[in-house]
Design a protein around this ligand. Sequence first.
Ligand SMILES: Nc1ncnc2c1ncn2[C@@H]1O[C@H](COP(=O)(O)OP(=O)(O)OP(=O)(O)O)[C@@H](O)[C@H]1O
Length: 301
Amino acid sequence: MTATAHTTFARLENATRRFGETVALDDVSLTIGGGELVGLLGPNGAGKSTLLSLLQGRRRPSSGTVELFGGSPTDPRRRARLGSTPQETALPDTLRVSEVVDLVAAHFPDRVPTDALADEFGFSDLLRRQCGALSGGQKRRIAVALAFVGRPQLVLLDEPTTGLDVDARHGLWQGIRRHHAEGTTIVVTSHYLEEIEALAERVIVIDNGVVLADDTLAAVRDRVDSAVIELATDRPDAVRALPGVVRSEVGGERIRLTVDDADAFVRSLVRAEVPFSGLTVRGASLEEAFLALTLTDRSAA
Ligand SMILES: Nc1ncnc2c1ncn2[C@@H]1O[C@H](COP(=O)(O)OP(=O)(O)OP(=O)(O)O)[C@@H](O)[C@H]1O
């Protein structure tokens, strides 16, 4: 496979999807290029699953265009080049794990051998177990691995590590990264911001069905350009009221603030003559930047 970022694998153009009164996706335009690893980030109800369901051809847009591999996502030949994670509840209880892997693999012309897949995603010890006897986390790992079994060109992962402990999550990330390094294009949605930071090269931030940012990880941080300031004060309300404060949290004597310009904030803090001590400044994590971005958007609406 010679996928490059110049090949468009998926495209939405002015795509809107309504469910009755709800606008789940609102005039979204974006492309996913071959070879990319894209993180789709947004709070509950933002529209992430709806976006993936349009690309999978499970739903149609109310208006606008959605294309997969240059044509309709409902075309079975195109869907055969797509890998998705089934709901773990769809794993048949009475089949062994190796049988489920073979069953899913049978739908694809080329496949990853069962042992290799199990090794990549860390479930070699579970191959002979019946699915009904697996824990939720074990089922989740297998469901994610199944998205890769048919060597698809594009894989869509909706919240792949929900409910997994730290070790299992890291194991899955390793499998996902390996397939990406081998050329698979991947779109991953997550509530774990750490996960998007660990995996994605490009981040699409979505809220209320609208794309708020679509850029490299570094540029998304730069765009909100926020910093986190912590200090101790006996007048937290005066500190919070200063200009440029996007968010604040008070814990005991200390207050933590997300601000859009650290230098300007410190200048106004000093000018306001509010007593403070122990001031620290650091760049915002993606989570903090993301919260700042969605809050800014809401207050602007
Ligand atoms: N089948 C449906 N019928 C009615 N409303 C729906 C349906 N599917 C989604 N919605 C609504 O569309 C909006 C977007 O939902 P969606 O599931 O795409 O969000 P999400 O970002 O995936 O959220 P989560 O992270 O909670 O899964 C929400 O307001 C949701 O309630």
